[in-house]
Write a new protein. Sequence first.
Length: 259
Amino acid sequence: MNVLIIEDELVAQQALVRALTNNFNDIQICGVLDSVDKSVQWLESGENIPDAIFMDVELSDGKCFDIFDRVKINCPVIIVTAYNNYAVKAFEVNSIDYLLKPVSLADLTRAVERCRTRTTKSIGAIDTEAMRNAISTEARRYKQRYLLRYNDKIVMIETSNIAYFYSEDGCTYLMTITGEKYLMDISLDTISKELNPANFFRISRSCIVADKAVGNVAKRLGNRIKLTLKPASDIDSFVSRSKTADFLTWLESGEQQTM
């Protein structure tokens, strides 16, 4: 099975190529592209005909919908995305499969098996407008900012400016990327449900880190992983053993370079 990968993040490209070639003997990578224009040119050339396409939503020069608008695709498509719920419904209706980042081997296997069983005739027209609306709705679902009380003021903190959240002595704190610390009146459990998983990861019961806050990653005794956070802090920054594999997959996927 010839697979085309359309992904603009180099680390994510490499991770997907490695996962596909290492786990599926019949898969050949026939191309790796990083933009809408290159993808349209490649598909229009007719020199290589993929049996399946894995593509990210966000590309270097636009969104994947632009590809669908400019060229007819006659093979199964697997969207590799950080969006959940609403977008998933749109993908399924349009005969498009999906993989949520970070991609697990089980989900990848499911997507590959579906590609094998689908035929060109079973792939209907792709409603790009429905997909756009679904992903826009899903993107708005995640928390964009927090309003916090600080002395006698109300402070607005954008999630893009947050380095990490942590709990200590029964209290929850927010640390910004510039080192400001704020007390919050909600729990980490609530916060973890409000954040985009592409940009935040709960490494333990007491800490949620942003992609941009991850500095060095070091192995300790017992194969435990300890993070050096940015800005520096003396909080417990060990990754829970039960979360280690998922954390490394998240880190390797390249999502820590976005936002």
